[in-house]
Design a binder for this molecule. Structure first.
Ligand code: FMN
Length: 155
């Protein structure tokens, strides 16, 4: 399957998980491509005043994994803005990945993935799975491995 992994990652956490997922999907025989949503210039932590510099095209992919940080118990406004702008996801299988600092999904991860799911479904996607990584140690490694494993089995 031709899978696009499209992430917004301000400090590199989500990107590092996405790289692991890219490796795992490639090792399983898929064509996996990691692309980043970027903003113009420096974005203040949690800032809502930004412009997207890159708007990765979802068109070439059969399936997509979207990834982002949790910000203020919600999906990052940058990924929200991106998902609102992209073309239709009709007929595509989609999975959602978020990373959050706090140790439990109810501390923002659940809400952020719900929001991501809704945005993707509004574009016509079939959302087939979710992954939440809790970055605070000691849960980081375990939740990373679990999310990568779970997401890699969806395709
Ligand atoms: C403005 C802001 C708000 C945040 N709010 C939350 C939150 O509500 N819950 C949480 O667990 N982590 C929160 N975090 C932590 C990030 O979700 C976490 O560090 C994430 O892994 C960063 O991913 P990135 O490096 O890919 O940008 C917040 C971080 C920032 C900058």
């Amino acid at each position: 399957m031709n899978i696009g992994i499209i992430v917004y990652s301000q400090t590199g956490n989500t990107l590092s998980v996405a790289k692991k997922l890219e490796e795992k999907l490639s090792a399983a025989g898929h064509s996996a491509t990691l692309e980043q949503v970027k903003v113009v210039g420096e974005r203040k932590r949690g800032g809502r005043d930004f412009r997207l510099e890159t708007l990765p095209d979802t068109g070439p992919y059969d399936a997509l994994v979207f990834g982002s940080a949790v910000e203020a118990f919600s999906l990052s406004p940058v990924l929200t803005n991106y998902l609102k702008q992209i073309e239709s996801l009709q007929g595509k299988k989609v999975a959602c990945l978020v990373t959050q600092l706090f140790p439990y999904p109810w501390m923002g991860g659940n809400r952020a993935t719900r929001q991501m799911r809704k945005l993707c479904e509004a574009k016509g996607a079939t959302v087939c799975g979710l992954g939440i990584v809790n970055w605070m140690r000691p849960r980081r490694e375990k939740t990373t491995a679990k999310a990568v494993d779970r997401l890699s089995r969806l395709f």
